[in-house]
Design a protein around this ligand. Structure first.
Ligand SMILES: [Zn+2]
Length: 464
């Protein structure tokens, strides 16, 4: 038999050395299998738990002793009673002594008032350590609460490691993140006036890319699905900042976006560019967040998808045997030009071309050939869709080619990556997860912070 005993040597500030035995591990003198070599997980968890308890109790006891002396006269305050408090940590729940002292007579408001003080209770401001809360929230944002709890329980002596505590902590951290964002948004951030640099600032204004995602609602909610708005703020010289919100439950949706912009160096009055699809609510959110000038660009990706719909139907028609009387070639050329024209900002010419394609398609429908008829009608419908999309977003259409050549973003495809990262990977419908709007909103707050790498930031005070 071989034995390993782990002893903890503690040296106090007074120079006193105390030794505590933590664990003893035994193995056969000559091991016979690979599994017997080295530490086992269970032993490691036990060791960590003992180490944590020993360290924590020692620190808290020292703290209580230090605070027993009256702050006014230095006399030792009399002990009233000994209570205990429990603190949850990544390395187990530790019960610590929390003695209560009678307030020194020199500070009692009245003789016999009997006021007591409990310094340990003043130190333990939360039921868990900030680190446990942060780790539970981070795991809860990355994976399901159940899976997060299982992971913690597998690897650490953390307690409690159940899905309910993971859920509660994730929500608590989300509320804190949101409160921080609201505070950031409320701070006055007027930009110093610098007219000579206005043009330069204009060249590198922050770009907000917005997109929506649908999340399946829990039974009992009036809707089957609800929408989460996700996005990204990109600004030269700053790391990308994600944000996400469920508008119906966010206390101040615009404040969350405003805080994201401020994190990216945006200041009150600075112009912002936003790229989104045709939903007018999205640029409206940016406007309410900045309270200032917003340049809205219709997302090239969504626009290009609608062009593709027209192209696809046209290809289908071309594959059919059409009678020679239909001027197919001209319509085909028009369809092929759509993308190029839009890319270069000639949307009036696109509308003219769509008119010609539509009237050609109507000529084809008149021919009354069943298979051609259906496709012809579909072409008319797709052209009408594209046309009304262009007309209702006219102010947001730009010369995409020019902007692209200048190296500026023209599409929310990057925001869609954000949607995938933020929403789909955690709340995917295929995983049959159902959410309450509030639950989804909160997980999204933490998830955005985790994905941004904002989470370990010391400025974020996580424990309540
Ligand atoms: Zn005193």
């Amino acid at each position: 038999m071989m034995q390993w005993t782990v002893r903890l040597e503690v040296r106090t500030s007074a120079g006193e050395v105390k030794t505590t035995e933590l664990v003893t591990i035994s193995r056969p003198a000559v091991v016979s299998t690979l599994a017997e070599v080295g530490l086992a997980l269970a032993e490691t968890k036990a060791l960590l738990a003992k180490l944590q308890a020993s360290m924590l109790c020692g620190q808290v006891a020292e703290y209580a002793v230090h605070h027993r002396a009256c702050v006014a006269c230095g006399a030792l305050q009399p002990l009233k009673d000994r209570r205990t408090r429990r603190l949850q940590t990544l390395f187990g729940t530790v019960e610590v002594e929390a003695p209560r002292f009678k307030l020194c007579r020199c500070r009692q408001p009245a003789p016999m008032a009997g006021v007591t003080v409990s310094p340990v209770c003043a130190l333990l401001t939360a039921r868990c350590t900030p680190e446990l809360e942060r780790v539970q929230a981070e795991l809860g944002a990355r994976t399901s609460f159940r899976e997060a709890a299982r992971l913690l329980d597998t690897l650490l002596p953390a307690s409690p490691a159940n899905q309910e505590s993971v859920r509660i902590r994730t929500h608590a951290v989300a509320r804190q993140l949101e409160a921080d964002d609201r505070q950031t948004a409320a701070e006055v951030t007027a930009a110093p006036h610098k007219p000579d640099k206005a043009a330069a600032a204009d060249a590198s204004r922050p770009v907000v890319m917005l997109d929506g995602a649908y999340i399946r609602a829990m039974p009992g909610h009036q809707v089957r699905d609800f929408e989460a708005i996700c996005g990204k703020v990109e600004h030269e010289g700053h790391p990308t900042r994600r944000f996400a919100l469920v508008r119906s439950v966010a206390e101040q949706p615009h404040a969350l976006l405003r805080a994201a912009l401020q994190d990216q160096g945006w200041r009150e009055g600075d112009a912002v560019t936003t790229i989104s699809d045709g939903d007018p609510a999205l640029p409206a959110l940016v406007r309410s967040a900045t309270g200032g000038p917003v340049e809205h660009i219709l997302d090239w990706f969504h626009l290009s998808m609608r062009v593709q719909h027209v192209e696809q139907v046209m290809r289908g028609l071309c594959a059919l045997e059409l009678p020679p009387l239909a001027p197919l070639d001209r319509a085909q050329i028009d369809v092929e030009r759509l993308r190029h024209l839009l890319w270069n900002g000639h949307h009036e010419k696109v509308c003219e071309a769509l008119g010609r394609i539509t009237s050609w398609a109507q000529d084809v429908i008149v021919l009354n050939i069943p298979v051609v008829d259906a496709k012809g009608r579909r072409l008319v419908a797709r052209c009408a869709e594209l046309r009304s999309y262009i007309e209702s977003n006219e102010g947001a259409l730009i010369d995409y080619g020019e902007r692209y050549r200048a190296g500026k973003p023209i599409s929310t495809s990057r925001a869609e990556g954000t949607v995938n990262n933020l929403v789909n990977a955690r709340m995917n419908k295929r995983r049959q997860m159902r959410w309450s709007p509030r639950g989804a909103h909160r997980v999204l707050q933490v998830r955005a912070a985790v994905l941004d790498g904002r989470f370990g930031h010391p400025a974020i005070q996580l424990a309540a």
